[in-house]
Each structure stands twice: as C-alpha cells, then as structure tokens.
Ligand binder design. Structure first.
Ligand SMILES: CC(C)(COP(=O)(O)OP(=O)(O)OC[C@H]1O[C@@H](n2cnc3c(N)ncnc32)[C@H](O)[C@@H]1OP(=O)(O)O)[C@@H](O)C(=O)NCCC(=O)NCCS
Length: 349
C-alpha cells in the first residue's frame, strides 16, 4: 500500500507500507533501505539488529513473523523508515523499531506519519499491545502522540484503544489452562518482549541477567526488542542454546527459559540460563525450564548456571533441581544499594 502525505512544509511524502512478504528481496531497493537504516559509516544499532534487519528486508526470516516495513520517500529518495513485527497466527502483541529519519529531513513530520500508519495497521489486524524502547525525547514525544505510554524503564507500550492500562497485564497474562511448551519463534518478538518487560513478579527483580534486564525501581530495564534479538541470535547459533516457551490456552506466551553456552569447545558444556514467568504461571516455570534443560543435555551441555537475588526467584530454581554454588557479594548495583547475587547450578549428568 502506498499513501501520499502533504507535509506542513509543502513537500510530498510517499509512504510505502510493505506488509508481510511484500517488497522483500535483495535488489538495490532493499540495499538502499538497509544502508539508510544501518548507517554503515555512522552506526546506531548493534550488529544483531542489523543482521535481523537484513533478513526482514530480504524476506528470508522464519515465517512465524508477520512484519510491516514502512518506508517514506521524498522525490524518490528514502527519507524515513519504521518497522513493526508481530506473530503471523496471533497478531496480538507487537514490537516497533527501526524508526529513523534522515538527519536533514527531520522535523518535517515524517516519523509521525509512519508511526501513525504503523500503529493503525496493527490495530486493524487485531493488535492488543505494541512495545518499543527509546531514550530519545523527540521519539518519545512522537510515540506518545500515537498512543504509546511509558511502561517500564525505557520501554513504552501502546494498548489497543479502550483498554484499561491498570488491569491489562493481570488480565492478558492471566491463567488459561496449564499451557503447552514449544520452541521459541521469531513471531514471538512482541510476546517475549511483553513477558520480559512485565512489572510482576516485582519481587523477582532479575528478568534477564545476561541482558542486564531488571525491574527494581529506580533501576530500569535497559532495552526493549534488543534482548529478544540477542537471545534469538544465540539460539540460532547453536543447538545447545535451547529456548522453550510456555503458551497458554489463549495462545499467549506466559513463561520462557533460554540457555547460552559458549561456542569454544573447552567451555562449551557450561551454559547460563535465563527464565521468566508471568505471575499466574510461576508454578509452571519449572516445566519450561526442564524442557530447555533436556534439549541442552541432548546437545552436550553438562552444567547450567542461573542466578537470582530474590528468594522467590531462587525458589523456582531450587524446585527445578538447581543447588547453590556461590554468592557474589554486592554483585548487582541497584542504584541505591548493591545486592548479593546467588549463582545456582544444575548438573545435567
Ligand atoms: C526520532 C526521529 C525518528 C524523529 O523523526 P522526525 O521525522 O524528525 O520526527 P517528526 O518530524 O515526525 O516529529 C518531530 C516532533 O518532535 C518534536 N520535537 C523536536 N525536538 C524535541 C525535543 N527536544 N523534545 C521533544 N519533542 C521534540 C517536534 O516538535 C515534533 O513534534 P510536533 O509535530 O508535535 O511539534 C529522528 O530524530 C531520528 O531518526 N533520530 C535518530 C534515531 C532514533 O532515535 N530513533 C528512535 C528510536 S527507536
């Protein structure tokens, strides 16, 4: 779909909305968008993000992802971009990113037009919540104009118009059956981001130690889609990096466990595990952890370590067969205090 906007300065912005599978390839068109966004001589994104962007533009990614690429052009030249990803089968939760306007074209309303097209398109396919992360005040201003509200750390979320923000998490991630365990997939980008960003269980503090994601105000989450991209890159790099998720009867991702084993042979048998669970599914966290550990054991992982700072989270690890290995005094800086980090280990035999 193409939409033409008359910008306040009189220029014409032609916005292409490339739905899932549309306008993808490896021609000069995609090369232009890729270079425009990654800024090879002035990079602003981490390499893993650039790697995923290349797949999104080429259309070679796992088909569980339904992504929309938005490209704005003035006189045929790319001047702005944006991207939104959700799940192909259940487009309820999404992630917004790759929002960039050519420096000389800023302030003309380009990002606002693309953001409006993106979020309205998501509501039209049944979207319930969209996440993004930014510390840029200009971007924050734009996102707030289009329904995004500050959520956690540098994360913003837009809830489907008419949704009660105060009860959304509890309702959306509420109990609906015991859930089924399956492999993570790219279409989970919004769902996993929502799970990692959840404010509850507050007392856990740690969300993803590897990615430095914590919820312990005033210490804030350090990213939004980035933990997903980083963990997904590790997952794809080796079968030892098992990643299992629990999906409830409503198709919603409510718990996750992923492993990261170094690729160098002498240390490859030692993995680190991260896990998350929505409050209504904490009792099912051990099942998803066990599924990930079994996968890892089948791929020669011998010892798995996970850490926590709060008893509630450590209790889940104990229940999953982990034993205390070491306490690192004051290893985590929570801003107003330093807290001990307990490293726990489970041997896979
Ligand atoms: C953020 C970015 C995409 C904005 O693009 P843009 O096309 O210039 O944005 P627009 O012209 O649509 O809108 C700019 C708005 O910000 C406002 N603005 C400008 N400076 C501002 C500031 N310091 N604080 C708050 N708002 C500001 C403008 O007034 C305008 O809003 P208005 O129309 O309500 O008056 C662009 O600056 C950019 O590419 N930055 C680098 C990449 C980035 O940070 N991306 C977002 C992270 S996910």
């Amino acid at each position: 779909m193409e939409k033409v906007f008359a910008l306040p300065n009189g220029e014409e912005l032609v916005a292409s909305v490339l739905g899932p599978g549309e306008g993808r390839g490896t021609t000069a068109v995609q090369h232009e968008i890729y270079s425009f966004l990654t800024r090879p001589f002035d990079p602003w994104m981490v390499p893993t993000e650039g790697g995923f962007l290349a797949e999104f533009l080429a259309g070679t990614h796992d088909p569980s992802l339904a992504d929309t690429m938005l490209v704005g052009r003035i006189d045929g030249t790319v001047v702005g971009t944006a991207w939104h990803g959700t799940d192909r089968d259940l487009p309820e939760m999404g992630g917004y990113g790759f929002v960039f306007t050519e420096p000389e074209q800023r302030g003309k309303g380009i990002a606002q037009r693309l953001t409006e097209l993106s979020i309205n398109g998501f509501w039209a396919v049944g979207g319930q919540v969209s996440y993004l992360g930014t510390v840029n005040p200009v971007a924050q201003h734009i996102y707030e104009k289009h329904g995004y509200r500050h959520y956690n750390g540098l994360t913003y979320r837009a809830l489907r118009p008419g949704t009660d923000a105060d009860t959304f998490d509890e309702t959306f991630f509420g109990r609906a059956g015991d859930g089924e365990i399956r492999e993570i997939r790219l279409g989970d980008i919004g769902a996993y981001t929502g799970l990692v960003m959840l404010l509850e269980p507050v007392e856990w503090i740690v969300r993803d130690y590897t990615e430095a994601m914590f919820y312990a105000p005033p210490v804030q989450a350090s990213g939004c889609l980035r933990p997903f991209f980083n963990s997904m890159t590790r997952h794809a790099a080796s079968p030892a990096n098992a990643w299992k998720v629990l999906v409830n009867d409503n198709g919603r991702l409510v718990a996750s466990a992923n492993l990261w084993a170094p690729t160098h042979a002498p240390v490859a048998a030692n993995a680190t595990m991260e896990f998350q669970a929505a409050p209504a599914y904490v009792d099912r966290a051990t099942a998803v952890i066990e599924a990930a550990l079994q996968d890892a054991a089948a791929n020669d992982v011998r010892a798995v370590r996970a850490c926590g700072v709060a008893e509630a989270r450590l209790a889940v690890l104990r229940e999953a067969g982990f034993v205390d290995e070491v306490v690192q005094p004051g290893a985590l800086d929570l801003g107003d205090q330093r807290v001990d980090v307990t490293v726990m280990r489970r041997d896979l035999g």
